[in-house]
Design a protein around this ligand. Structure first.
Ligand SMILES: Cc1ncc(COP(=O)(O)O)c(C=O)c1O
Length: 367
């Protein structure tokens, strides 16, 4: 693309993030399983709070999101002064890169890490460095070997999207121990609420004891508030103060703050959503494996299905779409043979089992 503007070279190399689709032309009921959204929707109390907040839409939001930070503090036990809210955790990822990375510096992440790390690093003029994984899991030794004196930020999605794998608390601690105090370890725990594994850590233990660690979380997944764009981060006061310098003053809207605060009060709604996901997840993995497809272990609200080749994955995607099911191609992650599928409702998943069986059946008939 030619341009008259003198834009940073790194920005011109960005492939804009392509979101999971939400619409297709189909006669079947639409099953939106492309973006790891909450299938049961948001808490009705969160919806009511957002609606109620609209009567003061003439007023700017509370810049510091004080009420929401107080609620997060009450719910999770982290001091409110160590918290920051963002327009989705995406914004926090971007603020981290804007504040901590610069031209000539490097931003590290694991090979199949969430795409926004690369995009935000390039937007900041930094060099993104993708570190090889082992069996679609972060390899701590590889991460440590990739550190240089130019590394400013290390991103770890835990659990990771789109692989569904997680790193243990011990692995995070080992990675952190290899970092100089001037390098920020950013642990993206967008799916942490789903994880029950004993050896898992969302990174908050490291934040509590070190000034160069940040954990980010979101209301987009378990809490079903993706449309409102609201996420939060926990870090040392040092890191929070730096991020507040680059944060827009009114980055989180009034309805978003109100809904997120109410969502944390409706804990039963969130736990019900988690129960559904965690009940269906092993069933989905087992059923699809039973069809002879490779399904990676996942601790999130999605599964990664490997069809063995890009052609077969594309054909499966096309067939599922013809049946009203929108999954997610993950070719942009270098996983062209795979489709990622959000765990939907029980009815969604039952339908998908049938659709995948019909797809496999049609292949054997050479259709
Ligand atoms: C690992 C990970 N981090 C961050 C995000 C961004 O979430 P949001 O900006 O909606 O908070 C996503 C969204 O899919 C994700 O998968």
């Amino acid at each position: 693309m030619s341009s008259d503007f003198d834009i940073k070279d790194s920005i011109m190399t960005i492939h804009p993030y392509s979101p999971g689709e939400s619409k297709i032309d189909t006669d079947f009921p639409l099953r939106q399983l492309a973006a790891n959204e909450a299938p049961l929707g948001p808490s009705p109390k969160a919806v009511e709070a957002a609606q109620d907040s609209l009567v003061t839409a003439n007023r700017y939001p509370d810049s510091s999101a004080a009420a929401l930070r107080a609620k997060i503090s009450e719910r999770f036990g982290f001091p409110a002064e160590n918290l920051i809210c963002g327009a989705g955790s995406d914004e926090l990822i971007s603020l981290i890169c804007a504040a901590f990375a610069e031209e000539g510096s490097e931003v590290l992440y694991s090979q199949h890490g969430f795409l926004m790390y690369k995009i935000s690093a390039l937007a900041a003029g930094a060099t993104p460095v993708a570190v090889p994984e082992t069996d679609l899991r972060m390899n701590v030794d590889n991460m440590i070997a990739a550190l240089t004196e130019r590394t400013r930020v290390v991103f770890v999605a835990n659990p990771n999207n789109p692989t569904g794998s997680y790193s243990t608390g011990e692995e995070l601690a080992r990675l952190h121990a290899a970092l100089p105090p001037s390098t920020l370890l950013a642990i993206d725990a967008a799916y942490s609420e789903y994880v029950d594994a004993d050896d898992y850590s969302d990174g908050s233990d490291l934040v509590a004891t070190h000034s160069n660690v940040m954990m980010t979380r979101t209301f987009s997944k378990l809490f079903g508030l993706a449309a409102l764009r609201i996420g939060w981060g926990y870090a040392s006061e040092d890191v929070i103060a730096i991020l507040n310098r680059v944060r827009g003053p009114f980055n989180v809207s009034v309805p978003a703050q109100a809904a997120a605060t109410a969502a944390l009060d409706d804990w039963d709604w969130a736990m019900n959503a988690k129960e559904l996901n965690n009940r269906l997840l092993p069933v989905v993995i087992q059923r699809i494996r039973g069809m002879g497809l490779q399904v990676y272990d996942s601790v999130g609200n999605f599964v990664l299905i490997d069809f063995g080749s890009a052609e077969r994955s594309t054909a499966a995607d096309a067939y599922l779409r013809s049946q009203g099911v929108i999954g997610r191609s993950v070719a942009a992650y270098g996983l062209a043979s795979c489709l990622r599928m959000t765990i939907g409702t029980e009815a969604d998943m039952d339908f998908i089992f049938g659709a995948l069986e019909r797809f496999i059946d049609s292949e054997s008939k050479g259709a």
